[in-house]
Design a binder for this molecule. Structure first.
Ligand SMILES: Nc1ncnc2c1ncn2[C@@H]1O[C@H](COP(=O)(O)OP(=O)(O)OP(=O)(O)O)[C@@H](O)[C@H]1O
Ligand SMILES: [Mg+2]
Length: 482
């Protein structure tokens, strides 16, 4: 089944205002169009109905006058009592002309025109230029003495329409205002989402102490409590894991020390006595059996060589002086050994400072082992000519870096105990992140101590290993710190 597209992010305020705004606009457009159409039909109907009526009223007035035979039209004919209220009611303008089409009188009953000509013309276009009544005015039926022209009072119609539009605009403004009033409570109801997002961001940044606050909504409160419970458990699990890894490393170091002791006390003693026996045999051979001399000397050389190898193994298993003299002298010794072994082909340097006097043993051992492994890697894989080790101590932690100018090419790694994960792209690729277990062991040590490790390596550009170790250890859950 194809994966459904992720929902588009919704800005509530924007959406609300946009929808209400669009609705208001549509309402405004439709209502305006309806008002224009209504005006057109009403005014056209008014002209068609009232035109003949007005002509008839004026004719009646003229016909009733005393001198009806010689009577001509005058301005007073528009003042007749029955004509006034009708003309005012329907908003029309009338014009009287005599039989020669000379203007006699002209007036709009609701008042004189006031609005700009352009506006009047647009209203005329809306109503239609043909909305005009023209009819004859006569003394007697069949005898015309002039003509009446009735047109809509465009100004009055425009003012009426303006009034309607103003009411519509006021209604629209009310609708927009209403959307603001609706938005406030909705925003308040959704306010906890900001708190939830803030907590999730803190978690994402590795802060496992982040917890959901209390919410006013009971349902959200329950979700928050369940989430906090999960976080508690995650926090405990990660701390347990760190503690376990820490214990494993301590056991490993103890095992190495035990092995070193056994090798030294057992194998070392045998080799020493073998060496002494070989010396004795050499003396006897010199005195009585010269044929045995080469054999005795060979046994002596071999046992001597085995003792040297044993010393090296013992030194790797248990760095001499680390517990007795501390980290710095041991590192200096390690660097000096590598410089001797490198015979100038590779130069090793150490810059260290600010180390606390009471550095915990497990931190010291881990730093030593990480440097040991990194130097080996730099020579073995990087074929470096220069390897720089720096170690800075501070109140809260140690910063260690081992950089070489070798050929690089190690898979990049980044682990941090704060993230609660030790997975790296390299690990997921083949399980160990490379051919061996050196870098993996470094990661284990760093994670067990609650620190972080980063390996950067570019082909031809050397390799840089950076480690940060906190000095205040997180207290293991449910058990005392060893
Ligand atoms: N300084 C370095 N320069 C170049 N490549 C490196 C460097 N450090 C590590 N690598 C690469 O990363 C791989 C993994 O290193 P890692 O120390 O984990 O294993 P290893 O050295 O091959 O074996 P082990 O350490 O178990 O004896 C190495 O095989 C090597 O390819
Ligand atoms: Mg290695």
């Amino acid at each position: 089944m194809p994966a459904s597209a992720p929902p588009r992010p919704l800005d509530l305020k924007r959406q609300l205002l946009l929808r209400v705004g669009l609705f208001t606009l549509a309402l405004l457009v439709v209502s305006t169009a309806a008002a224009l159409l209504e005006a057109r039909h009403r005014v056209r109907g008014d002209i068609a109905r009232t035109g003949p009526l007005l002509a008839q009223l004026i004719s009646d007035t003229v016909g009733r006058s005393e001198n009806a035979y010689s009577r001509t039209l005058s301005e007073d004919d528009l003042e007749s009592a029955p004509l006034q209220p009708i003309a005012k009611l329907v908003h029309v303008c009338v014009r009287l002309t005599d039989i020669y089409s000379h203007p006699v009188a002209q007036r709009c009953f609701a008042g004189e025109p006031r609005l700009p000509a352009a506006l009047r013309q647009s209203m005329r276009a809306v109503i239609g230029a043909d909305a005009v009544y023209q009819g004859a005015v006569g003394r007697f039926p069949g005898i015309a003495i002039g003509q009446l022209t009735v047109t809509p009072d465009y100004d009055r119609e425009l003012l009426d329409l303006g009034g309607k539009l103003a009411r519509l605009l006021a209604l629209s403004a009310m609708l927009l205002l209403l959307s603001f009033f609706i938005y406030r409570p909705v925003r308040n109801a959704l306010a906890p989402s900001a708190d939830i997002l803030a907590t999730l961001s803190r978690m994402e940044a590795g802060d496992l102490r982040a917890r959901m606050p209390a919410f006013a909504l009971i349902e959200l409160n329950r979700i928050g409590a369940a989430f906090n419970h999960l976080l508690d458990r995650l926090d405990h699990t990660i701390r347990d894991q760190q503690h376990l890894a820490h214990r494993l490393l301590s056991v490993r170091e103890e095992e190495r020390a035990h092995l070193a002791r056994e090798l030294h006390d057992e194998l070392g003693q045998y080799l020493a006595s073998l060496n002494a026996e070989a010396a004795f045999a050499r003396e006897l051979a010199q005195e009585g059996v010269p044929a045995l001399l080469p054999c005795a000397e060979s046994i002596g050389r071999t046992s001597g060589h085995m003792m040297e190898v044993l010393q090296q193994i013992l030194h790797r298993l248990r760095p001499s002086g680390l517990t007795e003299f501390g980290l710095l002298p041991s590192l200096q010794q390690l660097i000096a050994d590598w410089n001797t072994r490198g015979r100038g082909r590779t130069v090793f340097t150490l810059a260290a400072g600010g180390l606390p006097a009471d550095l915990p043993d497990d931190v010291g051992v881990s730093v030593y082992r990480i440097v040991q492994e990194s130097l080996t890697n730099a020579v073995r894989h990087g074929r470096a000519t220069r390897v720089e080790v720096t170690l800075d101590g501070g109140a809260t932690g140690l910063r260690l870096s081992i950089g070489d100018d070798g050929q690089g090419g190690a898979a990049p790694r980044r682990v941090s105990a704060a993230d609660g994960t030790g997975a790296t792209p390299a690990e997921s690729a083949n399980g160990t992140g490379g051919a061996g277990y050196g870098l993996l062991g470094m990661e284990e040590r760093v994670l067990a101590l609650g620190g972080s490790l980063r390996v950067r390596s570019s082909a031809g550009g050397g390799t840089m290993v950076r480690v940060e170790l906190p000095l205040a250890q997180p207290a293991p859950v449910g058990e005392a710190q060893p």
